[in-house]
Design a protein around this ligand. Structure first.
Ligand SMILES: *Cc1c(COP(=O)(O)O)cnc(C)c1O
Length: 397
């Protein structure tokens, strides 16, 4: 079957992903995925920080099936019970005052950028620049690529949306210099995920908040990856003790069903008025049923606490392995279950491949860092199994 799928893909699918890892999954259960040959893989990437509940979670699937039997989509012309209730859940659990649902992380960031701009537009203040950070990742749409501080994503699309500038992360002086009277928003990831799990310093984030207050600039946190419990907190902003004006989330929000959210705290909450923004699919009865089920299951199973304690346990084990790795592990960076294991450059690709050979799904980012973002249902024994395999792989390198 795999060979057939590869042939079809190569012939009919746009070549955006090149040679993918040679596997095609047929079924999932908890931390595990099974391919067409019945081989088992352990999912330490969680579909890139999406499958927070793992695969095939029974209560989650039951909630989805129940909603399928009722109604899937009705459009934004009508009131939607699940949408209103999911908005309430997000507001009650964060600094948000109002929420807007869309379908992806990039789309949520687009909404956040529009919201920041329209707030000033309506006040008659001309502000249309957005300052973001080098090595950031905000999505693949034209505007979010302009916000993404990585040459490789921007280069072919030059003539991008104007008004975006990037500065060095964790360099407050650089940011202070870039912010001027035209700046509508500063947009940052509290932990840069895609470029290799690089956390911002607490002091830096605190100063950025202060600067935004002083200069009347919106502070946007892109919590597409760090949100929904990934760091052991529902949102990473809690870990930093700093509230944004707008934040976005997506990845884990629907447990695998596509949904994104633009969340506005006090200042920006009422800037969108009828006609200013919209969506066909965003927040439909089905995707918001998924979001509600995710919240219910987090609560029932204590998944935030689990993410925190398993994140600490994983970190201890990785730090210990680093100590005895002969410099093969050069740094471990993590917050909860968002973990970057930085390796000696020459061995990183081989370690990544060896993990895959042994059935451990991870991702290689920034060229030298293995990123782990496992489901929040992970247990100590899953972590021990991973560590045993990583240790033996490193011994052979
Ligand atoms: C994944 C990601 C995005 C993009 O989300 P999509 O759903 O792929 O559009 C944006 N920002 C961050 C921080 C991400 O990790």
């Amino acid at each position: 079957m795999l060979e057939d799928v590869i042939q079809l893909d190569k012939k009919y699918y746009m070549n955006t992903f090149g040679d993918r890892l040679p596997v095609c999954f047929e079924k999932g259960e908890g931390m595990r995925l099974f391919d067409d040959k019945g081989r088992t893989y352990y999912d330490f990437l969680g579909g890139i920080a999406v499958n927070a509940l793992g695969h095939g979670h029974r209560d989650f699937i039951a909630a989805l099936k129940a909603q399928l039997d009722k109604v899937i989509h009705t459009s934004s012309l009508y009131y939607i019970e699940n949408q209103a209730k999911l908005a309430e859940r997000l507001v009650k659990a964060s600094c948000a005052k109002r929420v807007f649902f869309c379908n992806s992380g990039a789309e949520a960031n687009e909404g956040a950028i529009k919201l920041a701009k329209i707030y000033y537009y309506k006040k008659g203040i001309e502000k249309n620049e957005i300052v973001s950070l080098d090595k950031s990742f905000h999505g693949r749409t034209v505007a979010t690529v302009a916000a993404t501080g990585q040459e490789k994503y921007q280069k072919p699309y030059r003539g991008l949306t104007r008004g975006f500038i990037q500065v060095k992360p964790n360099d407050f002086g650089a940011l202070e210099e870039a912010v001027n009277e035209k700046t509508a928003a500063v947009m940052i990831e509290l932990i840069q995920g895609e470029s290799g799990v690089y956390p911002m310093d607490k002091e830096y984030v605190r100063k950025v908040r202060q600067l935004c207050d002083e200069k009347d600039v919106m502070l946007i946190f892109d919590e597409v990856q760090t949100g929904m419990g990934r760091t052991g907190y529902l949102f990473a902003s809690e870990m930093y003790g700093v509230e944004p004006d707008i934040f976005t989330c997506a990845k884990a929000l629907g447990g695998g069903i596509p949904i994104g959210a633009v969340c506005a705290c006090e200042k920006a909450a009422d800037a969108f008025e009828p006609g200013d923004h919209g969506t066909t699919f965003g927040g439909n009865p089905f995707s918001t049923a998924a979001g509600l089920a995710v919240f219910d299951i987090y609560e029932r199973e204590g998944l935030l606490e689990n993410a925190k304690s398993m994140g600490e346990y994983f970190r201890e084990k990785l730090d210990a392995l680093k100590e005895k790795s002969d410099g093969k592990i050069t740094e471990v960076r993590s917050a909860g279950l968002l973990i970057g294991v930085q390796l000696k450059e020459e061995i990183a690709k081989d370690v990544f491949n060896a993990l895959f050979e042994k059935g451990f799904l991870t991702s290689l980012c920034g060229g030298n860092t293995i990123r782990l973002a496992p489901p929040l249902i992970i247990t100590k024994s899953d972590i021990e199994l991973f560590m045993k395999n990583l240790e033996s792989i490193l011994e052979d390198m």
